[in-house]
Write a protein that binds this ligand. Structure first.
Ligand code: HEM
Ligand code: HEM
Length: 217
């Protein structure tokens, strides 16, 4: 058995920051803390945009192209005939589903309104019927996101029961592999943080000044 680095520092931080952000987004929406909701939403937007860019220029296991598998590969993986370095074939589709649900949640949020004082920054460009649709989709899609999260965690537990401790790898970045496997990571993770910083500052400077100054006052 040898230790192989599978997840770079950015992927791991992206994952756990995403979990924290979604918890904060849920909490802030429930408590009517709309400014906090907006700032957490902009942070999540920057996380997702960076992750998608990292899916083009990042490490081998982060690549979006590594998420596309044939139905045969999904079946082979479910039968236990595949031990990939990165996401398994069914896991890859789960990841793609997350990216789609998150993108929809973020875009509908940008067009939503709390119906009292605060509108998402794109609400001014759309009709009031579109705002209503965005609000409805934002709420419905969140439920789908919750089902996806439940399924995701269930799958992780099943893998664990089958002797595959995936969570440890998402924390430490490394997996135990039989034989000598090549190191998977090539692009330096600091580059992802530079991209994240640029995206976050741009989003906050464009849309985040008002909610941020309200939160800081
Ligand atoms: C808000 C809840 C969650 C969301 C939205 C979420 C989303 C994701 C996403 C998008 C990935 C792919 C990472 C990437 O390639 O960038 C992933 C992978 C992963 N997540 Fe989560 N996750 C959540 C909660 C959890 C929890 C609670 C656990 C631990 C029990 C967990 C364990 C993992 C593991 C181990 C992987 C890597 C799976 C593999 O080896 O293929 N996630 N998750
Ligand atoms: C992944 C990111 C996001 C998640 C998980 C999320 C989650 C939620 C949830 C659970 C609600 C409550 C829905 C309901 O009442 O049924 C909500 C409401 C709302 N969200 Fe988001 N949201 C996200 C991003 C955003 C963004 C980026 C914006 C705008 C900048 C936004 C603006 C709003 C607004 C205006 C409401 C309505 C609040 C109200 O009715 O009082 N959301 N969001």
């Amino acid at each position: 058995m040898s230790k192989v680095k599978v997840w770079d520092g950015f992927i791991r931080s992206f994952h756990w920051l995403l979990v924290l952000s979604i918890a904060l987004l849920y909490f802030s929406a429930e408590e009517g803390m709309i400014e906090l909701h907006f700032v957490a939403g902009f942070f999540t937007l920057a996380l997702l945009v960076t992750r998608l860019i990292w899916g083009i220029i990042g490490s081998k296991t982060a690549k979006l192209t590594a998420l596309i598998h044939s139905p045969q590969a999904v079946i082979a993986s479910l039968k236990g005939n595949q031990a990939p370095l990165g996401h398994s074939a069914p896991g890859s589709y789960m990841v793609l589903l997350f990216f789609i649900l998150l993108a929809l949640q973020l875009t509908t949020g940008l067009m939503s309104s709390d119906g009292i004082l605060t509108d998402g920054p794109l609400a001014q460009y759309v009709s009031s019927a579109s705002i209503d649709t965005a609000n409805w989709l934002h709420s419905l899609n969140f439920e789908l996101l919750l089902y996806a999260i439940g399924l995701h965690v269930l799958a992780i537990v099943i893998y664990k029961l089958k002797g595959k401790p995936l969570v440890k790898a998402m924390i430490t970045g490394s997996k135990q592999q039989t034989g000598t496997a090549p190191q998977a990571l090539t692009t330096p993770p600091w580059l992802a943080w530079v991209i994240f910083f640029i995206v976050l500052v741009t989003v906050m400077a464009t849309w985040g000044r008002e909610p941020l100054s309200y939160l800081l006052s």
